[in-house]
Design a protein around this ligand. Structure first.
Ligand SMILES: Nc1ncnc2c1ncn2[C@@H]1O[C@H](COP(=O)(O)OP(=O)(O)OP(=O)(O)O)[C@@H](O)[C@H]1O
Length: 417
């Protein structure tokens, strides 16, 4: 049995937890529908600065609006996506009828940092989701920041590949996709910013058209400058994409984006991640060891038709020592992107298997939520769905059988072929 089949088997292996995860997701969505647009209110012009906002974030470096977002936008109940910070809703600009996306964050330092960095990053780069407006409003009795963004109608990276039935994904397309990600990351790194949460859920297509552009979003963990004496106490990560230096609690910044890109590139070329496991918690000790040692393989079954050049780029991206890892400028210059790339079809089904992939995301989000709540740094950024998500997290923590996410977290060496 090849690694692709093993990955597929373990994705599908845990029916009970899959169902409960699906139910939890439905519950989150129902709760969101209830909470949605009702109760968004203007913020009084003279409302005092929140006591918990630190000096650094008191002033936005751009104009925000304090009138209700509903003055200019029709806010729908339709949810475009579920993130750990809550909901992203569809809205329409009343004047232009333009479809947009609305992300609501409880106002606090972390939310302000996200908005400020996202707005700054999207200027001058077509590969980063545009922030159109920022409102300071009241919502569900909380002071909130409402980010109006361009609507990415093509959806998330893997969902688009999965939904495409007509032709298989190829190495040529993988190169085009990675190049768009690389251009977004290059823009950030050149402005001395690291994204630090690069994953397929944060990579969205403008539309479903063939020539759609892939753009990066979610600056919730982005960091500017080289202020390295203050790493997050408990780094947040999605197990598949986490860089070894984060697991070792070392300083981490731009180089961790390169590692995550390496993982995404690996998946795009074979259909399963370089590091996954079948036992233990959301990220098992065995999986951590493998990531820290940079131990992964290019099994012949899936990799024999992939170009040597692509493999070599992945190897350089997945270099354990962040100082020795290639930089984004090196990656951008690789001839692989522009050269004669094979049209080898890639079987993405294991990773993209419709339901299991969604359920895995929910389980990982729940596990991460647990971790984030333990981090005093993040404590104040409680999202508007906290009660529901806490329940999922508690349930995930108590569950005897491994969840789907947990299934994905055992080292490859533990898998017997
Ligand atoms: N501009 C947009 N257009 C369309 N869909 C979007 C847009 N922004 C976000 N989404 C959808 O909402 C989901 C959650 O958005 P986002 O990642 O910004 O939220 P989050 O709460 O910070 O998530 P995370 O759990 O990754 O930290 C995305 O994965 C995507 O599916």
């Amino acid at each position: 049995m090849g690694l692709r089949d093993i990955f597929r088997k373990y994705l599908k292996g845990d029916d009970t937890s899959s169902h409960s995860n699906l139910n939890e997701k439905t519950k989150i969505q129902q709760q969101q529908q209830k909470q949605n647009t009702c109760g968004i209110q203007a913020l009084d012009k003279n409302a005092p600065i929140l006591a918990n906002i630190s000096e650094k974030y008191r002033q936005f470096p751009f104009a925000t609006r304090r009138n209700a977002v509903t003055d200019e936008y029709e806010v729908s109940k339709e949810s475009l996506g579920v993130g750990i910070n809550g909901k992203v809703l569809t809205c329409w600009q009343k004047e232009t009828k333009r479809k947009c996306a609305l992300k609501i964050l409880k106002d606090c330092d972390k939310a302000r940092r996200e908005v400020i960095l996202h707005k700054k990053a999207c200027e001058g780069c077509e590969y980063i989701v545009r922030v159109l407006d920022v409102y300071e409003n009241m919502y569900a009795s909380n002071r909130c920041l409402l980010i109006v963004m361009e609507c990415m109608d093509g959806g998330e990276l893997f969902n688009r590949i999965r939904d495409r039935q007509d032709k298989p994904f190829t190495e040529r397309e993988a190169a085009n996709t990675i190049l768009m990600i690389a251009k977004a990351v290059a823009h950030l790194h050149h402005m001395d910013m690291a994204h630090r949460d690069l994953k397929p859920e944060n990579l969205l297509f403008t539309s479903t058209a063939d020539n759609a552009i892939l753009k990066l979003t979610d600056f919730g963990f982005a960091k500017e400058g080289n202020n390295e004496q203050q790493p997050l106490n408990t780094p947040c990560y999605t197990p598949y994409y986490v860089a070894p230096e984060i697991l070792s609690n070392d300083k981490y910044d731009k180089a961790c984006d390169i590692w995550s890109m390496g993982v995404i590139m690996y998946i795009l070329l074979c259909g399963y991640p370089p590091f996954f496991s079948i036992h233990g918690g959301a990220i098992s000790a065995g999986m951590k060891t493998k990531i820290k040692a940079g131990e992964y393989q290019f099994p012949k079954a899936e990799w024999k038709n992939v170009s040597q050049e692509a493999k070599s780029i992945i190897q350089k991206m997945l270099t354990v020592d962040p100082a020795a890892r290639v930089t984004i400028d090196w990656i951008i210059r690789c001839p692989w992107f522009t050269g004669d790339i094979p049209e080898t079809p890639i079987d993405m089904r294991p990773m993209l298997d419709t339901d299991t992939f969604e359920q895995t995301r929910v389980a990982i989000a729940a596990a991460n939520h647990n971790q984030r709540r333990a981090d005093a740094d993040d404590e104040e950024n409680i999202n508007l769905l906290t009660p529901d998500k806490s329940r999922i997290a508690q349930r995930a923590a108590k569950r005897q059988r491994p969840t789907v996410a947990e299934n994905l977290s055992a080292p490859l060496s533990q898998i017997e072929e």
